[in-house]
Every structure is written in C-alpha cells, then in structure tokens.
Design a protein around this ligand. Structure first.
Ligand code: CA
Length: 531
C-alpha cells in the first residue's frame, strides 16, 4: 500500500470512528431505521473514494510479470547509452533510462569450449561454475553445465511453482526445459546452424532448425526468417494473445550475435566497416597458447576464418556484429511495444543480460574462451517495479545473482540451491557492498580473479608433443588499464600486488570448490611460487 493511500485510510478510519460509530447509548436512542440510514449514507459518502483507492492499490500491487531477455555472446560494451558511441541500440538505451544498469557484471567462465552452456546453467540455477552437477552419472568428471539435476531449481521453474505462467522462446542449451516452462514458442537451435547450405539457399541465422515444447511437432526450419525476428514474433504473440490475469515469466533468449556473424541486409547497411574503431589491444594473433585458441574457426563474413587477422577484416567483423545487435534491439523494441499496448509495461520486471562476452580483436582474439575482460564481462540492465530509473551501479556481480534478485523483487522465495546474492541492497544503495572479489576459470587452462582494482590471470597450457606446460601470468590494474594492455606481473614494483592476488586466487579456488577433475588438472600444471 502506498503512502498516500495509507494516510487516506487512517484519516477516513478516524472520521468513521469519531462521527459514525455510535456509542451504545446513542444506538439505544436511535430507531433502527434512523440509525441504519444515517450510517449507510455516511458510510457511502466516506468509503466510496476509499474503495476506489483500494481498487487502484490492488491493481498496483499485483505481482509483477517478468520479461527475461538473454543475448548470446553479446559483450558488456554493446549498449549505446552506456558508453559505446558507434553502436545503435535505441531500445536498450530506453531500458537503461527506465532502469538500473550494472556495469561490472560477469559470468565466471566455462569448463569447456562451449561456455554458453555452463553460463546459462549458472544464470538459471543461481549456482557457481564449480558447483554445477556432472553432465550425467556416467560421466561424473564432465562438469560442463549441460545437465541440471532436479535439486538445482531453475529460475523460471521457481516462478512456475509460485503461480507464474512460464513461456520460452529462443535459445535453450541445457537440460530441463520442460521443468522450467509450461508453454513455448519456437526453441532453437534444434540442430547446427553452421552447416554449409547449397549456393543460394538461406543459411545460418536465416535457416535455424527449431522445435517447441510439443515434441510431436518435430523440428522445423523457416527458411529466410532470421532467428532473432522469429523469437521476437513468438514473444509478441504470447503477450498479445494473453487474456488472463496470471502473472507471466517470459524467457526470450536470442541466438544473435552468436556466430555465424551475419545480419539482415538493411541492418548490415547501417555500419560502414571502415568507420569501426578497433580495440586498443588489437593484434593479428594472440602471443601465446591459452588453451582456448582455435576451438573452431569463426564464421565471419560467411567465410571461416583463422588468424592472423587484418585490421580491415576485423572492422568488417565488428560492423556485422553490431548490425546483429541492432537487429536484436529492434526485436526488443517490438516486445516492449506489445507490453505497452497491453498495459503491462509498468507492471513488468525486465532484465536484459547476455550469457558471455566476445573478443572483437582484443589481443588477437575472435572468441569467448578466455577470462579476459571482453570475454567474461556481460551487460546487465534491470527495470520495472521497485527499481530506480536511469541509474548505474559499479558493484562487482555475477549472472548467478540475477536469480535471487528477481525472487526478491517479485516476492518469490529463494530456493536453498541458489548460491547467488541478491542485488537488491545494491539497487537501493549505490554504496552497499556486494561482491568484493570475483573468481574466473576456463577449462583446465586458465584461472583468474579480480577485485575493485586488480586482475590476475594464470595460464597453464600443456604442450602434449613437447611434454611441457606453457605458463604465463598476467596482472593488470583495471582502474588505469581497463583494456588489459600493460602486464604488471614481471615488474618488481608490483611484486607485492602479485603476491596478494595469488593468495586471493588460491583462497577463491578453495572457496569455490575448484577441485573437481578439470580444476585439479589445472592446479597440477599451474606451478607458482608465492613467497
Ligand atoms: Ca553464448
């Protein structure tokens, strides 16, 4: 109940008690007819506005809907309003004006090359990387995040259990979709979109195999329809067709800007490649093995590509990547308009995030298989009831933290399996502490950590042919060097910082349970002196 209504209620109750509630002696003096008529008339006079206020309050205090929008490989700096002058994202800009943006949001990394899978698992379950379940009982060492056991409750599943209509359209990359959602539009990819097609036929995002929750419908392709538009269509249709009052949880997971890097022609035309700024750390190739190089060649400009990269090729790649995001942004705009037309925009919690980042030439990389900033940092914007407008937060946080935050905002209980920490204290108070440190990992080749200022990355990559391990240590001051260009690890002036960060790394390893099979391989290879 809002403040105005509370005050109105107190005043009207006092008036009723003072004027209308007769004492026992008064009742005895009044005839039944006179007493009843007088009180009815006064009650009608006094309580009509109160009833109207109550009706309004009931409407306002309805449980909020949730619109969860997930980008795929969409890095942290891809929202125009948050400091990227090149990219065009008018609808995401609007979301930041209407909400709160977390500028230091991260995912923890992945235990294998397909980092999308554990990332989505972490967001869906609110758990951390080394506390995901094995893929199956037969492969207990494969903690790749694909399997989600029933005891790890998923975010939409929890909302479903608490009275929400749950609907999915878009990418799903884990088990348990039927547990989490009661209804669906098209879900994909239900097969590879990277397979080459005969000349002239739609490919990639224009020919994505999709399915629905109804497996009897089989796998279908809608040739010529770009994946983002398909999922946007289904989200809009769900909102437009809704006639009941049950709150909903709409999960809209785009598959763009994941490769193949390709965009509808009218969006491609919005970005001139030669005008695309290159990252300051651009290089033709990475200087050493990371364990995440050459996982597979990326499909850029319809051609598979490997380093060394030229500046011009990277600019074309950036132009297309931005075009894909602007196209996603247009779909988000359609969905927000549909909510508005249905009168639901003000009563919907909207979250926009992405599963992982993506390198666009930084350090010679086109990939997401590292713990460098551009690979692990993600966008995170939230708007809706209970959230401030046009504000930003610098608190370090994880995708894992979204689950308890949405539960807090919608007054849904947080399951015991959730490890994430609600961002609500940070939402309410910019200075409130959240996470002081973050821990990152990639497969059994990289581990890293950061605090408010420094970041440490340890690489330990076996060279099987030589029977050796290639070791590299990187230390950055993120306050003065956000692009991770100056390695301080070998500089004597920073020896104490290196020692402190290594102590932090080892402590976080233990706190995060990084002792599973893959982690133990890394820690066996990652010899380091720390004294
Ligand atoms: Ca991804």
């Amino acid at each position: 109940m809002n403040h105005t209504l509370t005050v109105a209620c107190i005043i009207l109750k006092s008036v009723w008690q003072a004027v209308c509630r007769p004492s026992l002696s008064q009742i005895r003096r009044l005839s039944p007819l006179r007493s009843g008529s007088l009180r009815s008339a006064l009650a009608a006079l006094l309580f009509a506005p109160l009833a109207a206020l109550h009706a309004a309050d009931t409407k306002q205090s309805k449980r909020p809907n949730v619109l969860f929008i997930f980008g795929d490989d969409q890095r942290f700096d891809t929202i125009h309003a948050l400091g990227n002058p090149t990219i065009k994202t008018p609808n995401l800009d609007g979301l930041t004006r209407d909400g709160v943006a977390f500028r230091n949001a991260y995912f923890m990394g992945g235990t294998w090359g397909a980092v999308c899978v554990p990332s989505r698992n972490m967001m869906l379950t609110g758990r951390t990387l080394f506390r995901l379940a094995p893929a199956s009982e037969k492969a207990p060492a494969t903690y790749n995040g694909s399997g989600i056991p029933p005891e790890h409750i998923m975010l939409p599943e929890q909302f479903r259990k608490h009275g929400y209509r749950t609907f999915i359209t878009g990418k799903w990359h884990n088990s348990g979709v039927e547990r989490a959602f009661a209804e669906s539009g098209r879900i994909g990819p239900a097969g590879s979109i990277l397979e080459p097609k005969p000349e002239g036929e739609p490919t990639g995002h224009f020919a994505m195999p999709v399915r629905t929750l109804n497996l009897k419908e089989g796998i279908k392709v809608f040739p010529g329809k770009y994946s983002s538009e398909m999922f946007g269509d289904d989200a809009v249709a769900f909102i437009e067709k809704r006639t009941d009052e049950q709150p909903f949880f709409l999960y809209l997971a785009f598959h763009a800007p994941h490769d193949p890097i390709m965009a509808p022609p009218e969006y491609e035309a919005m970005y001139a490649p030669e005008k695309m700024p290159l990252p300051a750390s651009f290089a033709p190739d990475h200087p050493f093995q990371t364990g995440g190089l050459r996982i597979r060649p990326f499909v850029v400009e319809r051609e598979k590509t490997n380093p060394p990269y030229t500046a011009a090729a990277m600019q074309r790649n950036i132009a297309l990547y931005y075009a894909m995001i602007t196209h996603v942004d247009a779909q988000i705009g359609r969905v927000l308009k549909a909510l508005e037309a249905k009168g639901q925009l003000q009563n919907t919690l909207i979250v926009f995030a992405a599963d992982n980042g993506f390198s666009l030439g930084e350090h010679g990389l086109i990939h997401k298989q590292s713990v460098y900033e551009q690979d692990v940092r993600v966008p995170l914007v939230m708007s809706g009831p209970g959230l401030p407008k046009g504000e930003t937060r610098d608190a370090l946080c994880l995708l894992t933290d979204i689950f308890p935050t949405l539960c807090d905002l919608a007054e849904v209980p947080i399951p015991k399996s959730v490890e994430g920490r609600s961002l609500l204290p940070s939402v309410r108070d910019k200075a409130a502490p959240h996470r002081a440190e973050l821990y990152f990992g990639y497969d059994n080749f990289q581990r890293g950590c950061r605090d408010a200022q420094h970041k440490l990355i340890e690489f330990a990559v076996p060279n099987k042919r030589a029977g050796t391990v290639e070791r590299h240590t990187l230390l950055f001051d993120l306050k003065t060097d956000p692009g991770e260009q100056t390695n301080l690890a070998d500089q004597p002036a920073h020896a104490d910082t290196l020692k402190q960060m290594r102590t932090m790394l080892l402590r976080l390893r233990d706190e995060h349970g990084d002792t599973i099979e893959r982690g133990s391989v890394f820690w066996k290879n990652c010899t380091m002196t720390n004294n």
